[in-house]
Ligand binder design. Structure first.
Ligand code: TRP
Length: 333
């Protein structure tokens, strides 16, 4: 991968079940970038990031593997795009430590996610939660990444990665590529089906508010049938129509139809018909993913061969960066 092609890097945490918000909002876009961008994509399951909260070992192990299998199920081709498990590439921890020493306490303290999480997890505000953004910077900078597709909630972290890279380059010369955010062409912000003013979240206690990527088709359809709408009765985008706006955007993500086409197709039809159509379209678009996932989970040897090969390729690149950084800092080889 030493050439002039741009590098795109992204990672996802193996925390809990992935939802259609993760799929339509991020993962579907990963596949699109792999297939259409003139760039090399590198993807990781960010298991090191996930231990800022306590994990049950057996469950955690299972979830890391499942998250990895989902990436392959949505069409990430490990031969084309190195896809690995973060903790398998030791350089992530190594560079994260070094970058900690080039990151200010005040900068980390200003991170919105840290401030929020230290309130919601007040009983476990550990140092890892605080330095989480430097680990994320290491993930990105190790691969001399040009573009990082990130959602709104990770933008501030990416901004800090840029600051750290620029600071380091300022002291030692050009060591790191300074990464830029990648703004996806198609990307849906999926809201809760029960309270469409809130982002869909797998930690929502009401299971009807979110749809997992691996939910059974009949459960998906049922959840959409129960989705909250409004009293206006018209399938069209509009102010105060958060529920319908959300359903239109999900239907559009699942079918590729534009909002205008959808409005036309459902003119004169009721919400019942529309909700059923959305549910069925989502179930249909997830069906091949679920089938592939079930196959892959029966084939652990294959999965292992993929994540090992991914880690090997990633390690080669990561090793080069860490060697360069070590030399600049003055460590003895
Ligand atoms: N912090 C990201 C999240 O929670 C996941 C992540 C870890 C990531 N390392 C990354 C995303 C590097 C982009 C680039 O969503």
């Amino acid at each position: 991968m030493i050439n002039d092609r741009k590098i795109i890097f992204s990672a996802i945490q193996p925390s809990g079940q992935l939802t259609i918000g993760n799929y339509f909002g991020a993962l579907k876009n990963w596949k699109m970038m792999q297939d259409t961008e003139d760039a090399d994509c590198i993807f990781a399951v960010a298991d090191l990031h996930a231990i800022t909260v306590r994990q049950t070992p057996a469950e955690f192990r299972q979830r890391i593997l499942q998250t990895y299998a989902i990436l392959l199920s949505i069409g990430i081709d490990p031969k084309k795009s190195p896809c690995f498990i973060q903790s398998h590439v030791k350089e992530h921890s190594e560079l994260a430590w070094m970058l900690n020493c080039y990151t200010q306490f005040g900068e980390l303290g200003r991170m919105t996610q840290f401030k929020e999480k230290s309130q919601t997890h007040a009983d476990n505000v550990n140092a890892g939660l605080f330095t989480y953004p430097t680990l994320m910077a290491a993930d990105i900078l190790l691969y001399q990444t040009d573009f990082v597709p990130v959602g709104a909630d990770q933008k501030q972290h990416l901004e800090l990665s840029r600051t750290i890279a620029e600071r380091f380059n300022g002291i030692y010369g050009d060591v790191f590529t300074v990464p830029e955010p990648y703004i996806p062409k198609l990307c849906a912000r999926v809201m809760s089906l029960q309270d469409p003013t809130k982002k869909m979240s797998k930690s929502d206690a009401n299971v009807n508010s979110w749809v997992a990527m691996l939910d059974k088709p009949e459960d998906i359809v049922r959840k959409f049938k129960r989705a909250v709408t409004d009293s206006d009765m018209k399938v069209c985008v509009g102010e105060g129509k958060d529920g319908i706006n959300n359903l239109i955007s999900i239907y559009s993500a699942a079918t590729g139809l534009t909002a205008e086409q959808i409005e036309r197709d459902f003119e004169g039809k009721g919400y019942g018909d529309f909700k059923l159509a959305v549910g069925e379209a989502v179930a249909e678009s997830l069906r091949p993913i679920r089938e592939k996932f079930d196959d892959l989970m029966k084939n652990k040897d294959y999965l292992e061969s993929c994540y090992k090969a991914g880690a090997e390729t990633a390690s080669r690149i990561a090793f080069r960066t860490v060697s360069k950084v070590s030399k600049k800092i003055g460590f003895i080889k």
